[in-house]
Ligand binder design. Structure first.
Ligand code: ZN
Length: 152
């Protein structure tokens, strides 16, 4: 006959249930509570950004707390910490085009083969135009002083 006593790992014991005082809920995989995750430097959104960058994005500490099984390693510093591309592309200087009203962007820098489909960006307005694929900014050379004075 099979034994009815299973080896399930219940997190709440009978004594805790009877006392009515529950300990702070632990994230079982990481061993951290939600409050501890909010102050953990390894649970930040990215090393170069503390907040989310789209309204539909969940904060990283929420993701870790809600999906503890995905973070089976107890040490969060072992998890990948990719930099936020939105901040990295914002550091790229505006590319000023000397001739014509149209910039061509294929996202290709130097000899790399990665990039995106070639797009043509209209530069008629006196402001920097952003590539919809990669976020690089382009403007006409004649608007350089105006754009740089507005940025500072
Ligand atoms: Zn681009």
């Amino acid at each position: 006959m099979l034994s009815r006593s299973s080896k399930r790992a219940f997190t709440v014991t009978r004594a805790v249930l009877q006392s009515g005082v529950f300990p702070a809920r632990k994230n079982t995989a990481t061993g951290l509570t939600k409050e501890e995750l909010q102050h953990n430097p390894n649970a930040l959104q990215a090393p170069n950004r503390t907040q989310t960058w789209t309204p539909s994005q969940k904060p990283k500490d929420d993701v870790i707390a809600e999906n503890a099984v995905r973070f089976v390693q107890r040490d969060l510093s072992d998890q990948p910490q990719p930099y936020a591309a939105i901040n990295l592309i914002a550091q790229e200087p505006i590319r000023f085009i000397e001739h014509g009203n149209i910039a061509v962007c294929d996202g290709n820098k130097g000899s790399t083969l990665q990039g995106h489909p070639k797009v043509f960006i209209n530069l008629d307005q006196p402001k920097a135009a952003t590539c919809g694929y990669c976020g690089l900014r382009y403007a006409k050379e004649e608007y350089k002083d105006l754009i740089q004075s507005n940025e500072n």
